[in-house]
Design a protein around this ligand. Sequence first.
Ligand code: ZN
Length: 606
Amino acid sequence: MSSSAPIVYTVTPSRPAAHEFTVACEIASPDPTGQTLRLPTWIPGSYMIREFAKNIVSMTAHCAGRDVDVTALDKCTWRAAPCEGTLTVTITVYAWDLSVRMAHLDQTHGYFNGTSVFLEVVGQSDAAHDVILCAPQDPSCEGWGVATTLPRAGAEPWSFGRYQAANYDELIDHPVEMGTFDRVTFDVLGVPHHVAITGRHDTDMERLTHDLEAICREHITFFGEPAPMESYLFQVMAVGKGYGGLEHRASTSLICARADLPTSDTTDITKGYRKFLGLCSHEYFHTWNVKRIKPAAFTPFDLSREAHTTLLWAFEGITSYYDDLGLLRSKRIDTKSYLELLGQSLTRVYTSSGRHRQSVGASSFDAWTKFYRQDENARNAIVSYYTKGAMVALCLDLAIRAGTNGQRSLDDVMARLWANWKATGKGLEEDELERVAMDVSGLDLTDFFNQAVRSVDDLDVAAALKHVGVTLHLRAAESDEDAGGTPPKNVKGTRKESSYLGARLRASGKDVSIASVDHQGPAVEAGMSAGDVIVACDDLRVNRADLVRTLQHKQPGDTVSLLGFRRDELQRFEVTLCATPKTHAYLTLDEDPDAATRARRDAWLD
Ligand code: ZN
């Protein structure tokens, strides 16, 4: 059935202190046999069943002044009894999730994704969906404004009032921020871009917009003008400690540490600021790669259950490859800084032995139950489709460049995918990216994809990089905090080979506990397990720092005696340490490459 009257939602931050939004949904022409309503169980971009309905704390319905019965059909679907006239269903939503995936409300600000608050009116998803955003009545919320890319339909800019989405799919793709954010507007190739920062911060907005302008310009130019959105909004929540982002069709929601935002007392791009710009670059690239070019399995989205695809590596991995490359190409960072980031990305793959048990295609498919539900065994069992996907993208890019004498690259593959999407709007079939890559390059990449995407064998990253005059080095980790990307700090010859326990340690009160154990290595051989609380090493009481220091003074082959509790039962573990495996990557430019190699390197990095 169809309806010309829009669905009208009225969203009120009714009880900020109790973290409650009240959301009324008015349906002018409800299904005469009883209107079905449902709420998504997941949000596009975050591949985990989150069952947003768990936060609905009350639901009532009325029609023509009378109450209407609502019956739950399953965990996310309800049916209102048949009625004549406008049906209004009102829910109260508990909003206390400080992430970019759900909703959050208190006296400092309000934020929601449509997937958390907008019931879908089954049968009328293609109708226009109006949203009336009401200002909170709570006096502590005075002066609040609104930052969203929901198209305005009467609301003044940055204000409460009436907005309208063309359909339900669009409705849930424009998150809404409300509060007393700081904002700034800048132009990128004729497209207005905005940054709205909520939370306490001391950001140099001029520096930030200067850098974002360069990054956005790079990505728009990469895919070609015109940009596919009329405007764009970076919705930033600055907190003490946090990191995360979610992409939308014309905006991104970001959470970052306020210390990562740029300040006016320095012009340096700190590591924290570089990380934040990388996040912005990543989410912005998604505007094309996953928000428009997307798997057929997402076209349309079925938000009631998992949507399986083996292609997440292409959407997250290729995006991860281009996010840092975009910082280099837009001249926000130099080659040395880029190679450090690439080395860190490779390190994250090499430190996970799960790469030998799960292919990146399988990691994509099983994201719902594995990547998004990591436990103490994750490192042994799974590979990240972000980091391994970025490694595949790097190797694919270099393979196409090598195989076509530099005539083609991954850039051309992305350009073709974008042209195809613009022509058809169709989702990618599971094998389509591979077909397009082969078509664009003229190369038979069958073996490459079989190995890179469907096997658990390591890619020959070193050889691919050597061809462009870059050397991949692998070294031992120097501490648990060592992220790789840089040469060893210890000067050669001053330090013996470091020893390795085969487990990660976590401080727990005055004790040290085992966070995870390698499925092959000294700790598991000695019978240790994640969760064990270690209290003594060689009969001396230890905390985390003590144990780390003790292990640093040992040699590979030495034995330590660890005493610890599993549950309340004391255990003794005799552990024979091994040499620390070389899992940490760093990259160096070859000093005197031949002219052809130098030309290839310049084509890639300049
Ligand atoms: Zn992403």
